[in-house]
Design a protein around this ligand. Structure first.
Ligand code: ATP
Ligand code: MG
Length: 729
């Protein structure tokens, strides 16, 4: 073979290169932020392809988000010099899970065109089941059950496996509700996000021949962000990566697994991620090569110094050394800024962004605001709209979650998946057609009795006397509409059909006649929905895309500041990162403080580490002394994490705020409570007595915390679906 290494290998350091070139046998890359773990994975795939070790279809590669998967695919193409044909198995746990499940749906009692429930559908369904058990759904809220359900599925537990305590929850009906829920999903021909892994695990176990097929198929398995896999994901991976002993004896080609991760960046423990997965890798995969990378290529010495010093306060960690290039005296230190309240914080950050744009010729794309809780986003959004500053929210409530979009999607789902009862229920009387609850209940009963979908039941009932003439006629027309649209599915262009459905159903008209201020925006959104379909081949493939890819609108090309939660920033990097809200009770979050133990607080600290290490050149931290949460003002005190930053790498900024003079205390001289210099100043300036401040800080973020417990709120909403968790969570 030639002496010159292929281009894609040049530039890698020796450890990275070893991780790329050790193609045979299990490999674990355990290394800190910005050391090139993701780059190693990408290059490793390129290497496997370029050297002919495997075809694209023989590689299973798991990334944390769909966006990361797309980027990885692109980069692989660049590395091997040309478009990569295929790579069908590069995606998130969930996108790969759904693909496997579609191929073998029958084995778990589903049809291949099953629907993936979103959170709303799921809650509605659970509520029905709770009511069917004659439980008061106020006392036994569906959301609480949904959270438990998530927890079980993250752990890979089916109804029979859940702990006794859980089984007795919900007035003793916990286990039964879970079982009912799963049965109901099967009759609906639907599954939830957790099932995208649970079903494959079950079917692999029950059908060794199917699993053996995948063992023959996948020669290489690669996983990014391995520290955040949960138990279900781990079980799924292990099934795919390990042949049963009997077969390995027969000279079957090995399956080579390579996982990369960083225990210091494990931030999904609250959603069932198990950092232990990474720590016991060499037990699961004997003979594993464990490779450590110590050179950070992303950040300046100040950023790395600050982050490393902070994370060293955690006791539960393996500990790593990290170094970066010799520092440039020009490198800015990590900044700590103080503000009065969130409005001022947003204003100041907006100005800083414009300033960078002007002075440094920064693109907005190079900047991100990383918040601890999604409620913090609003102030920035409001401010940036006023300033006319382009921004995009990543991981928040977004396009596909808007009411009109969900209604439209429900119509499309009914057309493509006639067993989709939840979709049918959503739109049967939207727009209002006089098909009230009473009628729907009758259809429901009829459907239940015969175990057929609602729409089929409706079709039969309109031929009988069971409904009053008026609703019967309306329903007959609606059923006929759906039949006609379904028939057009194979002949019409899908975008035209979609438009036709919205027109003929009266849905578009409903908003045209609506006098509310939002109506024009909703019509715009519906138009945008149809536009966005053009990139897809068919209505079903579009629906699948919507169910899986909630981060689609990030792709737009405009220059914009990103606003996202710290959780969804994992793996990303930006020239400049703004980190607002470093206050006790918000960050670290009150929930972690309430837990008391070390683990919650340490996870918060890892989150801070993730936040700082997203920055290549500038990290600007903020804290304010007053924050309004759900309409209530709270006085706050600076985050303990500020005290844990090393002076050598940090600049405390002179406040240029309305009250002036913060930073009188500054660094040094105050020891652990050096921030109190500023706080004390504010306190006297504003006359907030110390005890009151302390009390407020203790009461902390009760409101915000409730939101977090609900599941979605604080961690960035749909991250649950688009990253590991739900992708993991
Ligand atoms: P994280 O833990 O945050 O996910 P990571 O370990 O995955 O980080 P990468 O994102 O792969 O790190 O790399 C960080 C940055 O360093 C990227 O911009 C990458 O292109 C660059 N980089 C990695 N390795 C090298 C190298 N050998 N030479 C030059 N740049 C590199
Ligand atoms: Mg990475």
């Amino acid at each position: 073979r030639g002496a010159k290494a292929p281009d894609y290998l040049s530039g890698l350091n020796p450890e990275q290169r070893a991780a790329v070139e050790t193609t045979e046998g299990p490999v674990l890359v355990l290394a800190g932020a910005g050391t090139g773990k993701t780059r190693v994975l990408t290059t490793r795939i390129a290497h496997i392809l370029a050297t002919g070790h495997a075809w694209p279809s023989q590689i299973l590669a798991v990334t944390f988000t769909n966006k990361a998967a797309r980027e990885m695919k692109q980069r692989i193409g660049l590395l091997v010099g040309g478009e990569v044909e295929g790579m069908p198995w590069l995606g998130t746990f969930h996108s790969i899970g759904v693909k496997i499940l579609r191929r073998h749906a029958e084995l778990v009692g589903l049809k291949p065109n099953f629907t993936i429930l979103d959170t709303d559908d799921q809650i509605r369904l659970i509520k029905q089941l709770i009511q069917a058990e004659n439980l008061d759904d106020k006392r036994w809220p569906a959301r609480t059950f949904a959270t438990m359900l998530d927890g079980w599925k993250n752990k890979g537990l089916s109804p029979k496996d859940i702990p006794e305590g859980d089984a007795r929850a919900f007035a003793g009906k916990g286990r039964q509700l879970y079982a009912d829920y799963q049965n109901r999903l099967l009759t609906l021909n639907a599954c939830d996000f957790g099932d995208l892994l649970m079903h494959p695990i079950a079917l692999f176990k029950a059908n060794p021949d199917v699993l053996a097929d995948y063992h023959r198929r996948f020669r290489y398995i690669l996983v990014d962000e391995y520290q955040d896999t949960n138990v279900a994901q781990y079980l799924w991976l292990r099934l795919l990566a390990q042949r049963p002993r009997e077969t390995s004896a027969k000279n079957a080609p090995p399956i080579n697994i390579c996982c990369v991760g960083d225990d210091d960046q494990s931030i999904y423990g609250w959603r069932g991620a198990e950092v232990d997965n990474i720590l016991r890798f060499d037990k699961d995969f004997p003979g594993a090569a464990v490779i450590r990378l110590e050179r950070n290529y992303r950040s300046t010495g100040h950023i790395l110094g600050a982050a490393s010093h902070l994370i060293a306060h955690n006791e539960d960690r393996l500990g790593k050394t990290l170094f970066t290039d010799t520092p440039d005296p020009e490198d800015p230190k990590v900044e700590v800024n103080a503000g009065w309240d969130s409005e001022e914080e947003a204003r100041a950050i907006g100005e800083a962004i414009e300033d960078l744009q002007r002075r440094e010729d920064h693109n907005l794309n190079d900047m991100a605001i990383l918040v601890r809780a999604s409620f913090q986003m609003r102030a920035f959004e409001d401010r940036f709209v006023t300033m006319g500053l382009n921004y995009r929210v990543i991981g928040g409530p977004r396009f596909y979650e808007r009411m009109e979009i969900r209604d439209a999607l429900a119509y499309f789902r009914c057309v493509c998946q006639p067993a989709d009862d939840l979709a049918f229920e959503r739109i049967v009387n939207t727009p209002k057609r006089g098909l009230g609850d009473a009628t729907v209940r009758l259809v429901h009963d009829y459907a239940r009795g015969r175990e057929i979908p609602l729409i089929a039941a409706a079709g039969e009932m309109v031929e009988t006397e069971e409904l009053k003439p008026k609703p019967r006629n309306t329903l007959r027309a609606l059923v006929a509409d759906f039949r006609r649209w379904s028939e057009l599915l194979s002949t019409s262009k899908h975008t035209e059909l979609a438009e036709q459905i919205l027109d003929e159903s009266g849905y578009t008209e409903m908003w045209q006649n609506d006098r509310s201020a939002e109506a024009p925006g909703r019509l715009e959104n519906l138009k945008e929905l149809i536009r966005s379909m053009e990139a897809y081949e068919s209505l079903p493939s579009f629906l699948e895309h919507v169910a899986l890819v909630m981060d689609a609108e990030q792709e737009n090309e405009v220059d914009a500041v990103s606003i996202m939660t710290l959780h969804s920033a994992k793996g990303l990097e930006f020239e400049t990162v703004f980190l607002p809200g470093w206050e006790e009770g918000l960050f670290p979050h009150q929930r972690a403080l309430d837990e008391g133990g070390r683990s919650g607080l340490e996870e918060e600290r890892r989150l801070a580490y993730v936040g700082i290490t997203r920055a290549k050149r500038r990290a600007k931290i903020w804290f304010v002394s007053n924050r309004r949460i759900h309409g209530l003002w709270q006085s706050t005190i600076p985050s303990r994490f500020l005290d844990e930053l090393p002076e050598a790498h940090v600049d405390v900024m002179e406040a240029n705020t309305s009250y002036g003079g913060y930073g009188a205390g500054g660094f040094g001289g105050y020891g652990a409570s050096r921030w109190d210099g500023g706080a004390a100043f504010k306190q006297s300036a504003y006359g907030t007595p110390g005890w009151k401040r302390a009390q407020a800080a203790q009461a902390g973020f009760a409101g915000g915390d409730q939101q977090t417990r609900g599941g979605d709120g604080w961690s960035g909403g749909r991250t649950r679906e688009i990253s590991y968790e739900a992708e993991p969570g």
